[in-house]
Ligand binder design. Sequence first.
Ligand SMILES: [Zn+2]
Length: 291
Amino acid sequence: MKWKGKRASTNVDDARGRRTVAGTAGAGALLNFVGRRFGIKGILVMIVLGVVLWKAGLVDPAQIVGGQTQTQSTPYQASPEEQELFDFVTVVLGYTENVWHAEFARHNQTYEEPTLVIYTQQHPTACGTGSAKMGPFYCPGDRKVYIDLSFYEELERSFDAPGDFAQAYVIAHEVGHHVQNLLGTSDKVHARRGRPDYNEYSVRLELQADFYAGVWAHHNRAYLDRGDIEEAMRAANAIGDDAIQTRTQGKIVPHSFTHGTSEQRMRWFNKGLESGRVEDGDTFSMSYSQL
Ligand SMILES: [Zn+2]
């Protein structure tokens, strides 16, 4: 993908080397107070309440334990390769801004740009603590995309999906979730959490994000090198639920799919690539078996 010398997005938060730690003084004082006032039962109630709120995604464990959090910044030294990757994703984010501003304008709507947080190891988010193990993700609560760049090594080695366009596709997919958030689609799906058909809706949401990544690729055709589309398809193929489950469990359990099969993900990416129009990506109206 051609990117050197292109506009880098300014909506990037470089959080590499920044660590947020829970302050233990706050926890000690709070436990002491509750213990004196309400005894051991009070402390137990507090712990149970904390766990319930945490499970419900309402609070971050660091907030329960610490009461206050501290941010520690250590000087971060990136290798030249990592810095190049960093610069690359900031340009990719800029490309997504160009495309989505134009697509929203075509529907007389205004696109609000998300922030990309590039962190190392762990980072607090409005959706709980983000960790590198989770891979890249979008948090609707703070409208930010989170990525630890080490994921790209995993994509290349474990998932056998190398190449800069595979890396760009990952960002474009997460920005696709941001588009869904702006259009109100994510809310409708999250409202179904806990219902038996929630997984189906989650698959519909994921395939639509792949479609949106395809729409983005459609409008960036001028920047593509030979083999780029194959790289993105390879990534979509490698990170399908069936492929991941086969790797991790040795078998495929369709009802637990939350992202869609490799074939579905490649197909919806391709649909977006051909169409280039946001309105052609309705993954919610058709029956689930036809997705
Ligand atoms: Zn996704």
